[in-house]
Design a protein around this ligand. Structure first.
Ligand code: PGA
Ligand code: ZN
Length: 426
């Protein structure tokens, strides 16, 4: 009953090409656009790009557009699909290559997300309701606003990639968004007064020339205070994504603020940070292939802090299960384009549920105005989402959608589901 499927090349927030897919069934039509990361895990599904140096420095996606308009369209129109999972499985079979090198994971994800919207429309349900999991209540997630950008998302000497503020204690999404925007405003004023640049990184956060993560954390604490919010569980907490794969050297050491740290020393540094600042969550604290470091970090802080696997888990149910069996991390980041279809994304969430891991829904540093992940967060009852700063169209699209869902559905609860912060952090 899908009667048409098409794609076009559009631009993402970094000015690089990506796909927008449109799917049609009867009087229903839905679109979806595909995001793109910069600090990617090694096992992510493959983005198909043209490698034609004459166009966009090789980053064009006309071949992926061709996959959608050709083989994927033929498949989608060939028969009726009772559920999205049936179509997703058929697409995976069609591109039997590991990592989806032939048709492109970007092409397949575009179809999967567009069709999930189309089917929700057809069934006359809001998208978030169509994405619900059996036995899991929907809830509005705590937004994690990435207000200071470093690492691969900024051209500075700050090695940690993301410094986020999370209004854990807000009464609602609308108030959480307000809190994030007010802190962002206060942070801007603080930076300007100190003579720092107020230019932005890839995810809309400020990108001042700082070196030590603790300098950034002090600024955040000050900005939260200046905005008039309490720190910690009952107010605004801080979440980090150091993205440690990016600052690990060949010799296995980590370079932080000009210092060389062993895995154990880095774990020690996190311990000090958690003792001094209201940090409730650390993502990719260790590099993706540093299993021993990850275990040490989990043993040391896992009962007090949410430890999120991103580069090492790549939204893959199998990798999450394997890590759980080995005592690595206690949470997973969920990014649909890391694994490639909506169905596989939901399977990764199910793996988290089975192992008592929490999960945070995430955007990518290269984004579009597509707000799919807002509905994904609500539908899966994640309790947490990160979508960048409370600024720039491609970031606020997600937060604005969350406010809409809340306003239109007064019964939905807001908030994270997590263990309380450590006493020092409170
Ligand atoms: P990316 O970074 O979208 O640039 O890969 C996001 C993250 O590391 O969480
Ligand atoms: Zn990350």
């Amino acid at each position: 009953e899908i009667v048409d499927l098409d794609a076009r090349e559009i631009l993402d927030s970094r000015g690089r090409p990506t796909l927008r897919v449109t799917a049609t069934a009867g009087k229903h039509r839905a679109w979806a656009a595909v995001p793109s990361g910069a600090s990617t895990g090694r096992n992510e599904a493959h983005e198909l790009r043209d490698d034609d140096p004459e166009r966009y420095g090789g980053a064009g996606v006309r071949r992926a557009v061709g996959s959608v308009a050709g083989e994927l369209r033929d498949l989608a129109l060939s028969r009726p699909w009772p559920t999205l999972a049936d179509l997703d499985e058929a697409m995976i079979d069609l591109d039997a290559s590991v990592g989806r090198y032939r048709l492109g994971a970007n092409a397949i994800l575009g179809v999967s997300t567009a069709v999930s919207r189309l089917f929700a429309q057809r069934d006359d349900r809001p998208l978030w309701a169509a994405l619900r999991l059996p036995g899991r209540a929907a809830r509005l997630p705590v937004p994690h606003f990435n207000v200071l950008n470093g690492g691969a998302h900024a051209q500075t000497t700050l090695d940690f990639q993301e410094f986020m503020v999370a209004p854990l204690g807000a009464p609602s999404t609308v108030e959480a968004v307000r809190a994030g925007a007010e802190v962002y405003r206060c942070l801007r004023a603080l930076l300007a007064a100190a003579g720092h640049s107020v230019g932005l990184g890839d995810e809309g956060g400020f990108a001042p020339q700082l070196t030590q993560p603790e300098e950034a954390l002090k600024l955040l604490v000050q900005a939260i205070g200046n905005a008039g919010y309490p720190l910690g569980d009952n107010g605004i907490a801080i979440a980090l994504d150091p993205a440690a794969s990016q600052f690990r050297s060949e010799d296995g050491s980590y370079r932080v603020g000009g210092e060389r740290l062993s895995s154990s020393e880095l774990v020690e540094r996190y311990g000090e940070i958690v003792g001094s600042f209201p940090v409730w969550s650390i993502e990719d604290g260790m590099a993706e292939d540093d299993d021993a470091g990850w275990r040490e970090l989990t043993d040391r802080l896992g009962d007090r802090v949410q430890l999120v696997g991103d580069d090492n888990f790549v939204t893959n149910a199998k990798l999450i299960r394997r890590a759980a069996a080995r005592g690595i991390a206690n949470a997973a980041l969920i990014k649909p384009n890391q694994v490639g279809t909506v169905t596989e994304t939901l399977a990764a969430v199910q793996a988290c549920r089975e192992h008592g891991y929490t999960w945070m829904i995430s955007h990518r540093s290269g984004e579009t105005t597509d707000d799919f992940i807002a509905d994904l967060a609500v539908g899966t009852g994640a309790g947490q989402i990160k979508a960048g700063a409370p600024a720039r169209g491609e970031r606020v699209a997600k937060y604005n959608r969350l406010m809409d869902i809340e306003t239109d559905n007064p019964g939905l609860p807001y908030g994270a589901q997590h263990a309380p912060l450590s006493d020092t952090a409170r």
